[in-house]
Design a protein around this ligand. Structure first.
Ligand code: NAP
Length: 310
């Protein structure tokens, strides 16, 4: 990746130009950059889906946003070709959302993919209901910290895992009731003990190829596993699913319908305004440091969100 000057495009009907104050770095940006993803943009392209900033211009038919509005966005016109790692982004109206004043631009860049993913994993695909116990694997990362906040506000008993003491502390600060070390051999027994032997109702899984077999052991009867992240294959005996009437559900945000996305963003906006949802920014880097940000986002020891500042 290199910084280059390209010409900005004006806002057409149903579009807005956003002056980007911060861009969110998501693991998927690295998969796309590496050419290791199901759908890829033609080269060269500008990476990034998530960002936050100020509306600079709107199409002549646009009434719902005006220049000067604070917004966050997830996605840009032309899908993956003109992304958020830029000084300006051109978005369709359904890709931009109002940014509450108490949420900074850097925090706003951490809303789109992480919060929609966390919301869908817990409440849509995971079908969590108040009073249930959820295990959020990777509660130190961008999706995980969002999931802890959302789960806690939804009335769940929240368990989180992280690989570092600092990450576990972050998960506790976001509202986790109990935290565990996913690198320690004994964490499964600790989790089972904390549920008096019953197991958890839902697992939000960030690395299914490593954890899925153990997740099924940790589940209560009729429990669910919502697969958010996966980086490989595994061997699994389906009897572990049958024996518990368990459900394993996977999803990818690119498949979400406009209506599903609108529902998730409405819930997230309400959560920011009324329930204290706040993306945790662990690292701010200059836009030109995007190559290093792509290395850092894949390293162990996650601590919230990495954002790029143009
Ligand atoms: P991130 O900020 O880099 O966080 C990654 C998290 O995974 C960290 O909390 C990390 O914990 C944890 N982790 C690493 N190894 C683990 C293990 N063996 N067991 C449990 N947790 C482990 O990334 P993110 O943005 O939160 O995304 C998380 C994953 O979800 C990525 O794989 C991403 O590609 C995927 N994702 C999928 C969708 C979708 O549409 N399905 C959307 C967004 C993200 P420590 O660093 O503390 O060890």
């Amino acid at each position: 990746m290199t910084l280059e000057e390209v010409s900005a495009r004006p806002a057409g009907p149903g579009q807005a130009v956003v002056k980007v104050k911060a861009a969110g770095v998501n693991p998927v940006d690295t998969y796309i950059r590496a050419g290791n993803y199901a759908s890829l943009p033609p080269l060269p392209f500008t990476p990034g889906a998530d960002g936050a900033g100020v509306v600079e211009a709107v199409g002549s038919d646009v009434r719902s946003f005006a220049p000067g509005d604070r917004v966050y966005f997830s996605g840009t016109v032309d899908g993956r070709a003109y992304g958020s790692y830029a000084e300006v982004a051109l978005c369709n109206l359904d890709q931009i959302h109002r940014l509450p004043t108490q949420v900074s631009y850097a925090e706003g860049a951490g809303i789109g993919i992480p919060y929609v993913t966390a919301w869908r994993a817990l409440l849509d695909k995971g079908r969590a209901v108040p009073g249930e116990t959820v295990l959020i694997h990777g509660a130190s990362g961008a999706v995980g910290t969002a999931a802890v906040q959302i789960a806690r506000a939804a009335g769940l008993r929240v368990f989180g895992t992280a690989g570092t003491e600092r990450g576990r502390q972050l998960a506790l600060e976001q509202g986790a009731h109990e935290v565990f070390d996913h690198t320690a051999g004994a964490y499964e027994k600790q989790i089972i003990d904390k549920t008096d032997g019953r197991g958890v109702d839902l697992v939000v899984e960030m690395l299914a190829n490593v954890n899925l077999v153990r997740d099924l052991e940790l589940l209560a009867k009729r429990g669910r596993v919502a697969i958010v992240g996966n980086r490989g294959s595994l061997e699994l005996n389906p009897r572990a699913i049958m024996g518990k009437d368990a459900t394993i559900v996977g999803f990818t945000n690119w498949n979400a319908t406009p209506a599903e996305l609108a529902t998730a963003h409405a819930a997230i906006l309400a959560g920011m305004e009324r329930s204290g949802f706040k993306p945790q920014v662990g690292k701010e880097m200059a836009l030109g440091e995007a190559p290093r940000a792509h290395e850092d986002v894949l390293k162990p020891g996650a601590y919230g969100k990495i954002v790029l500042i143009p």
